[in-house]
Design a protein around this ligand. Structure first.
Ligand code: HMG
Ligand code: MG
Length: 303
């Protein structure tokens, strides 16, 4: 198998995972968990979100979380930013990277950020410019790439159009989101064929939710295409509150296991990651959905 030799795992659990939890963790609990992720060796952690607290109450403490975490040199602590107001907050909290986000489908974009696709670009442009002035990298999430909860099928050409415009506006990387976990290996390949005709491979990350258990299979397709950056959430937490039916992200712990006997380097220490997984389950106070957590739980959290 010709997989990339180095894979970056973007741990989005503190943002994508916790935004969807009914019972909110306290700021101290979030900080303790994020510190354990740092100890596990992740090089990119999406720590929180500077969106409207009215829209995502679970992450209203983004500033406090950013200020409270222990920062390991070399680790990128990133956050979602929807507008200039969010950028001001994120810069004050000293994020290392900014993530803007929008959808390839009109109706999800409208339900998630209350704007049409055309109205969104002029809102994101000053966010991108402002982050660049501070020399911060910017990733651009494109949601509903593989299907929309309201519209169903999404044209890959529309995905290419939105992603290309974000790149023209200055984002460094596009994360292609299977927001509701509908993709299959065949569809993933079809979308990647269209995207990679127009956008360089090194600018693409995959963000696969795992509603039907196909996320790892879709990531295998991404690996065959040479994609080296994958978003995942520890324990398989996650979901978009404005995308009905969206289950958790691909579980980081299952994804790390996928690379176990390969030559792929993820930088993650599995023992420390397993300790972070156990801590997370204690904090969220419910059973985590990942396969690996189920296995570890049955063995007292030891491999
Ligand atoms: P809006 O209601 O259209 O805009 O929201 P607004 O400007 O009228 O703002 C509403 C209120 O929020 C106002 O307060 C603003 O001041 C305040 P009020 O005057 O009513 O007291 N506000 C803010 N407060 C703090 N920080 C801010 C901010 N902005 C406004 N940055 C808005 C528009 C974009 C703000 C809203 O729709 C929003 O926050 N949406 C975020 C939704 C969200 O976070 N969804 C989940 C993340 S995306 C996702 O999960 C997908 C992803 O994982 C990839 C994938 O899976 O595909 C990334
Ligand atoms: Mg997501």
């Amino acid at each position: 198998m010709k997989w990339p030799a180095n894979i970056t795992l973007c741990e989005v659990g503190p943002r994508d995972g916790l935004q969807n939890e009914a019972a909110h963790l306290s700021t101290e609990e979030k900080i303790k968990w994020i510190d354990s992720l740092t100890d596990s060796g992740f090089s990119f952690i999406e720590v929180s979100s500077f969106v409207s607290p009215k829209w995502i109450p679970a992450l209203a403490d983004a500033e406090e979380v950013l200020k409270g975490i222990r920062r390991q040199p070399g680790v990128v602590y990133s956050a979602l930013v929807p507008n200039e107001r969010g950028l001001e907050r994120a810069l004050r909290a000293k994020v290392d990277a900014v993530a803007v986000f929008m959808s390839a489908s009109e109706s999800h974009n409208k339900s998630n950020i209350n704007k049409t696709i055309e109205e969104t670009f002029p809102v994101l442009r000053p966010v991108i410019d402002g982050a660049k002035q501070e020399n911060l990298p910017v990733r651009g999430y494109v949601s509903t790439v593989f299907g929309c909860p309201y519209e169903g099928e999404v044209d890959p050409n529309q995905v290419v159009k939105v992603a290309t415009k974000l790149l023209e506006d200055g984002v460094d990387e596009i994360s292609l989101g299977d927001t509701i976990g509908v993709s299959t290996p065949t569809k993933t390949a079809r979308v990647l064929e269209a995207v990679l005709k127009e956008i360089p491979l090194e600018k693409i990350a995959l963000h696969m939710h795992d509603t039907r258990g196909t996320a790892l299979a879709n990531i295998m397709v991404g690996l065959e295409y040479g994609i080296a950056r994958y978003d995942s959430a520890l324990g398989g937490l996650g979901g978009c509150p404005y995308a009905p039916g969206a289950a958790g992200n691909v579980a980081t712990d299952d994804l790390v296991y996928l690379f176990k006997d390969s030559n792929v380097e993820t930088g993650v220490n599995r023992d420390k990651m397993n300790a972070s997984l156990e801590l997370l389950e204690q904090l969220v106070k419910h059973t985590l959905p990942s396969h690996t957590s189920s296995y570890l739980r049955s063995r007292g959290w030891k491999e």
